[in-house]
Structure formats: C-alpha cells, structure tokens
Design a protein around this ligand. Sequence first.
Ligand code: HEM
Length: 408
Amino acid sequence: APVLPVSGRGPKRQVGREAIVDITQSAAYPLNPFPHYERMRAASPVFHDDQSGSWHVFRYDDVQRVLSEHATFSSRMGGGNPSGSGQLFASSLITADPPRHRQLRSLVTQAFTPKAVDALAPRIAELTDELLAGIEATGSADLIKELAYPLPVIVISELMGIPAEDRERFKHWSDVIVSQTQAGPGNGKDDATTAEMIEYFLALIAQRRSQPGEDLISSLLSAEIDGQRLTVPELLGFCSLLLVAGNETTTNLIGNAVLCLAESPGTLERLLKEPALIPQALEEVLRFRSPVQSMYRVTVAEATVAGQPIPAGAPLVAWIGSANRDGQQFERAAVFDIDRSPNRHLAFGHGIHFCVGAPLARLEARIALEALLSRLPGLSVAPGAELERMESTIIYGLKALPATWQPA
Ligand code: HEM
C-alpha cells in the first residue's frame, strides 16, 4: 500500500534508497531493526540525514502527527524523474492532498467497507483451502510461497476482474513496482515491465468500458466526481495502486503473524483453542512487526517537530515501525502480547490516508491464520531455518518462511 513512488513529477527532490539505508544500517536489511529505532527515539527522535537531505521521525506522537497533519506534511511525493512507476502514482490517492484526495478516496471506500469486504469471506476461505490442500500432506513448505504470497494477489485480481490466466503476470508487475519504489528509478527492463502493465490495464479499461462487469474497474469507470469521470491516468493510478497496495503488505502480515506466534511459546496452542482471539493477536502482529515500516511526506511550509525546526520542501520519513515500539505509548513495548488492549498501533497509518484496504487485509489474514492453525497441526518454523528479511527498509517481511507440521 504504502510504498510511495520515489520518482515522478513534483518538487525537485530525490528520495531514494540512500535516504533510508544510511541511517538504518548499511549491512543489508536486518530482521531486527528495533534496537536501532530505540536508540533513535532516545537520542535523535527527529533526525536529519545530511547525505540524502531527508528528515526522519521516530517517536509515536511525532509519527502520528506527521502522518495525519496533511496541511503541513503533504503526501505529494516524487523526485524529478517522470519515468517508471512514479508516473503511475502521480495522480493517485496515496499521493494526493485534499481536496482531490477526498474525491478520489470516496470512489474506493465503497468497495472496501467492512460489509463489502465481509462478503468476500467465503471466497477467501475457499482459496485458502485450495492453497493449503496442495501442501497439507507434505509436512513442510515455504508458507510465504504457498499461501501468504498467492492469496492476496488472487483476491485483488478477482476484485478487479483480472482473468485467472493473467494472474502470474499481475503478480510479477506488482513485484517489479515494489522493487522500483524502493530502489528509485527503474532500469530499462523494469521500465519495459511497467510499459507492459500499462498496456494491459489500458486494454482492460477499454474492454470494461464497452462491457461493464461487477468488478472494481467497471465501477471506477462509471464513477463521477462533480459530474466528471476519472481520467485515464487516474484510472491507471488506481489500478497500479491497488495492485501494489494490497499484495506485499498482506503477504507480510500473514508471514509475520506465523513468525510472531511461533516465537511466542504457547500462543499457537492458545489461538487454536480460542480462535476468537485471532483478530486481537493480528493487531499485535501489526504493531510488533509492522508490514509497512515507514511512510514518506514532504513539508509544505516550515514546521517544528518536537522542538526541531524543519524547513519547507523537506522530504520526511515517518517511522511507523518505531512508533509502534515506543514505550511512551505502549507498556512493555518490546514484548509481543496478544492480550494487549488497547492497541493503538499506526500500522495502517493515521488520519485521512488511513489504509483503505485495512478491512480486507485483516479479513485475509484472519482466514489464513485460522486455516493454518486448524489444518497444519504442530505448526512451527522449520528448525534451524535461517530467516532473511526482504530487501527493503520500508516493507518488513520474510523472503521465505520454511515451516513444518504433522502431515495429514
Ligand atoms: C494506505 C498499510 C493492505 C490499499 C496505507 C497506509 C498504510 C498502509 C500505512 C497509509 C499511507 C499514508 O499514510 O501515506 C497497509 C498494511 C496492509 C495494507 C500494513 C496489510 C497488512 C492494503 C490492502 C489494500 C490497501 C489489502 C487494497 C486492496 C491502500 C490504499 C491506500 C493505503 C489504496 C491509500 C489510502 C489513501 O491515501 O487515502 N496502507 N496496507 N492496503 N492502503 Fe494499505
């Protein structure tokens, strides 16, 4: 969702990989960035990275404020490079400020209300069962590859009316865009992939225009804002955003949930006996290992954060993953506790950009977890497995999750 373009039209500025990696740690992508965040909250809660010129905030109150005070901290990100994925998101919801933001958002909220999303539950359960049926008898598998990765992409492609035979390509595009948004302007090959995706969506849009269906693209096509239809770039922006927003993030919520539960003795057994606790446990996973660790903003005017003046036009990174471990907000913040209540984590953001897909992500993860617990008895992370984090400082998730259980 949450991965913002680093290129595209906008104020002259480049927020790329360097901006973040330098202050996190340069040796790849740690599964445990949390001690680093803790040091930053204590010593440099509002940090200026001299090399990239960007600002970083780490404390809960500051992150919450930066995410929600849109008049000061704008979402209109983008560097000077108009090619690649940045262009796709240039006219999209996640990079819009009011009043345009409100108009665009009203078009999709309908599709993602808890009620609309709940109607998808039987289909999500069916897909989950099909995916697990393939591995149940084996006693071991990579749960990212077999379940957490395919489930969200199938669900979002069905919502958008993407034919089943195109799903593989769809997933591939999503991966390329996610890696572009992390790494800055894409290389030639990635640009070709983006072009291929645009061509595909244009054809799909044209087809739905002549033969509308029940899908999200058809409803976006017929939607009007003040009597005006969405432009083609806006439609493309929506398609790309939904494609990226809903995939990697939900995959990682499911993967991170298995990891957190497996690490916490007795928790899997307890949830198996009391499945009603699963939603609350998932909220704690969202807090403890947030799938989206950071979001970008840019200052519209000079601002002061925690006493630190920040000039106008400054790129800023709000560290959600750090806010969610802030001891000023959460008691025993470093402890994974499925009984935590209240749990005001910021994993889905805060304010007007709060994740539109949150009800869907929560539902998919709940169904996936229920099925994993009931169908893979004795589930645990494969002994001796070396868990590696995906190559991103923004997205937090595992490359693979080798697991074992008692085969059916
Ligand atoms: C926005 C996280 C799943 C669609 C956001 C934001 C976050 C986030 C942090 C706020 C961005 C900001 O403040 O700038 C997550 C996480 C997910 C998830 C952690 C899974 C666990 C989904 C799904 C969809 C989705 C499944 C759709 C199918 C969106 C959209 C926005 C958004 C469209 C932009 C909303 C706006 O700008 O008004 N998400 N997301 N997300 N998310 Fe998600």
